[in-house]
Design a protein around this ligand. Structure first.
Ligand SMILES: Nc1ncnc2c1ncn2[C@@H]1O[C@H](COP(=O)(O)OP(=O)(O)OP(=O)(O)O)[C@@H](O)[C@H]1O
Ligand SMILES: [Mn+2]
Length: 433
């Protein structure tokens, strides 16, 4: 009797355990489905129309095989008429430097360049004067920056110009492994991205320059209380950790006992208010895949939303994905446009040039999944093949950044740019077959 009762009890416990396990699996499934639905909902681009059926297929495969990259084949194909360019791009005109009269205020000059469709004009022979001012003008005020999550300073330069200072975290040869959005900002990436944008005619990147700042003589005397409170000394160096989401007393940036290098980014005129939009190809920032990583016809879902009915907006994101793939920026979770309208602005290129050995092909997802590409960028890229991209970029950078040592990008990153250009053209080719 006792043995029989004990048997029943064990059976009951066993049954309960099985039921409990099933309930858990069910609950996890429900949560996963709910989470993936929430991811899409919160992207803020879907409207009332019912979702098309989403089928997984090869356009969620972002491997080299998917791109079908055949280096020699691509070279010859792009010489054929299908890609012959109607316009010859005159990159050497970007090297022209014309003088600025003494009475001209460079800050006013740069501010007048801004319109709802651009941050600077494609031909800007006076650009190097603005860059020089960013590099040299006296710092008259320094504060923490309340924008974004990464450590940066809000500075005011002589003449009342507001700028951001994104400090150096890594030496040039440091390689960021792991997640494409991992690590801290790469200040040199911010500046290199600006010059790459000049080369590609994407005049929607804030003007950025490299600058070495003496924290003790240039920042502390003009620093706000809230900023100076975050300064400390470590091994005879001066450090600070600022105020921001990821700013911690245990995690600051330090000078090299003389100065701290960083990127100075020119602030856009107050009259041009920014509107932030969630990027439809935003990463999930968790182990769960984002919807665009799971569904082949994700692009059709985006196209059906009111926001992207105007195809130029989608083409803008596709062009942005090419730019981001070249610089290895997998962190464009949001994008901004001027409230007055205009194209996608390429603000925040700090998470770039992290790993020269990696090609994160999924950054090209908008191009691969939508199979569309603006002709202008293809014609520019076609003319920058066979090493021309990196050599023009170096010329552009050194014309205005002649005193930057070490160079803004090391050889491996320059080679990565040329390699990734071929991959972009291969992906473009794929959209035309
Ligand atoms: N040059 C600029 N002119 C005007 N506003 C700017 C400029 N640079 C950045 N901003 C504003 O500040 C915000 C934060 O800047 P940024 O994205 O560079 O910082 P972040 O800390 O890297 O942000 P996140 O953590 O979101 O990636 C931008 O979204 C934009 O609204
Ligand atoms: Mn950022």
């Amino acid at each position: 009797m006792t043995i029989e009762r004990a048997g029943i009890r064990y059976k009951f416990i066993f049954l309960c355990l099985i039921l409990f396990a099933f309930a858990n699996v069910f609950l996890i499934q429900v949560l996963l489905v709910y989470e993936s639905r929430e991811n899409v909902k919160s992207e803020g681009f879907q409207d009332e129309k019912s979702e098309p059926t989403l089928k997984p297929s090869s356009t969620t495969d972002f491997s080299y095989r998917r791109i079908q990259f055949v280096s020699n084949g691509v070279d010859s194909f792009f010489k054929q008429s299908i890609f012959s360019t109607k316009h010859e791009h005159n990159f050497s005109s970007l090297l022209t430097v014309s003088p600025v009269a003494d009475e001209v205020n460079v800050w006013n000059l740069a501010s007048k360049w801004v319109s709802s469709s651009q941050i600077w004009p494609k031909e800007a022979p006076q650009l190097s004067h603005v860059v020089a001012a960013l590099k040299q003008k006296k710092i008259v005020a320094a504060d923490v920056s309340t924008k974004g999550t990464q450590l940066k300073l809000a500075l005011v330069l002589e003449g009342g110009q507001q700028v951001l200072f994104k400090p150096k975290w890594y030496d040039r040869d440091h390689v960021i492994t792991g997640n494409v959005y991992g690590g801290k900002d790469r200040h040199n990436g911010e500046v290199a991205a600006f010059h790459l944008a000049r080369l590609l005619g994407l005049n929607r990147v804030p003007i950025a320059a490299m600058r070495k700042i003496n924290l003790n003589t240039e920042i502390l005397p003009v620093a706000s209380k809230i900023l100076s409170r975050t300064f400390y000394r470590k091994d005879n160096t001066t450090c600070f950790y600022g105020v921001c989401t990821y700013c911690r007393p245990t995690d600051g940036v330090c000078d090299d006992r003389r100065s701290l290098e960083g990127a100075i980014v020119l602030w856009l005129p107050q009259a041009f208010q920014l509107v932030k939009h969630r990027h439809p190809w935003q990463r999930s920032y968790s182990s769960a895949p984002a919807k665009w990583q799971m569904h082949a016809n994700y692009c059709s879902l985006v196209k059906r939303s009111k926001k992207y009915q105007d195809e130029s907006k989608l083409l803008n994101l596709i062009e942005t994905s090419i730019f981001d793939f070249l610089i290895d920026n997998g962190d464009r979770h949001h994008y901004e446009r001027f409230a007055s309208g205009g194209p996608v602005l390429l603000i925040d290129n700090g998470k770039s040039f992290g790993n020269p050995d990696a090609d994160h092909l999924d950054i090209l997802a908008p191009l691969i999944q939508c199979c569309r590409v603006p002709e202008r960028i293809v014609s520019v890229l076609t003319q920058l093949q066979n090493g021309a991209l990196s050599s023009w970029l170096v010329k552009l950078m050194t014309t205005v950044e002649n005193d930057t040592s070490p160079p803004i990008l090391n050889l491996k990153h320059l080679q990565a740019l040329d390699r990734r250009l071929k991959l972009v053209l291969s992906a473009v080719l794929k959209t035309r077959l």
